[in-house]
Design a protein around this ligand. Structure first.
Ligand code: FPP
Length: 229
């Protein structure tokens, strides 16, 4: 992915509260959240987004009730199965980040099919974080030259968006977000719309990104290459 496109990361928070407020089961919120992601993926490339990383299931989410975890696993597999043809048609490449050794086979198989089926998509790189923990990814990189290289060469996050009103990173892309611009919104993820993403990107462009330098002396903004030298 070229550096002229943005890497946007989204923490899709608020599904459960949204559903509870409507008197619905929490899983209905996650289903609505999956619909929201569909709309965001469609709209993102036209806003200059080249990579979109979405936090679908954190390694800490295993602590949730069994029913919700199972529901999320089923929903993720169904999302991948039903979305893959659309992703392919839209030129979206899908990959999954995170641990794979604890995922159910039905989801693993959906991931493999979606990753191989969309391999050549070049309009948008959609990365779904499933059983993901940034601290775990960094610890793993410290033990393996391959993962270390992968982490150092990963595209930095330009814009990190969190819905649902909380203002924290919750172990998401900690290394990659070293200079990310943070945008928090109280809007619950099921209610997040492409217009909200557009607003966040406008806000991003208004920010003065100095990367610790003085504007006139600024190096080109290809931060991660510094770590590869
Ligand atoms: C946070 O909301 C969201 C999650 C733990 C899962 C995110 C999942 C989705 C958006 C749907 C599934 C995604 C795909 C790609 C099919 P929460 O449950 O923490 O909400 P709360 O803070 O209101 O309880």
């Amino acid at each position: 992915m070229t550096q002229s496109t943005l890497h946007v990361a989204v923490i899709m928070d608020g599904n459960g509260r949204w559903a509870t407020r409507l008197g619905l089961p929490r899983l209905a919120g996650h289903k609505a959240g999956a619909e929201t992601l569909r709309g965001i993926v469609e709209a993102a490339p036209d806003m200059g987004v080249g990579t979109l990383t979405a936090y679908a299931f954190s390694s800490d989410n295993w602590k949730r009730p069994r029913e919700e975890v199972d529901g999320l696993m089923t929903l993720l597999a169904a999302y991948l199965d039903s979305e893959t043809p659309h992703l392919l048609a839209q030129g979206v490449r899908l990959t999954v980040i995170g641990r794979r050794d604890r995922l159910p086979e039905v989801l693993l198989s959906a991931i493999r099919n979606s990753e191989s089926g969309t391999l050549h998509g070049s309009r948008l790189h959609l990365r779904l974080a499933i059983d993901y923990s940034a601290r775990e990814a960094i610890a793993r990189a410290s033990r393996s030259p391959e993962y270390f290289e992968e982490l150092l060469s990963s595209q930095p996050v330009d814009l990190m968006i969190r819905t649902g009103g909380e203002q924290r990173l919750s172990d998401f892309l900690l290394w990659e977000s070293a200079y990310a611009e943070l945008v928090f919104t109280r809007r619950m993820w099921p209610e997040y719309r492409p217009a909200d993403l557009r607003q966040a990107i406008r806000e991003f462009h208004r920010r003065d990104r100095r990367f610790g330098a003085i504007p006139a002396l600024m190096p080109p903004p290809v931060l991660h290459e510094r770590w590869l030298r």
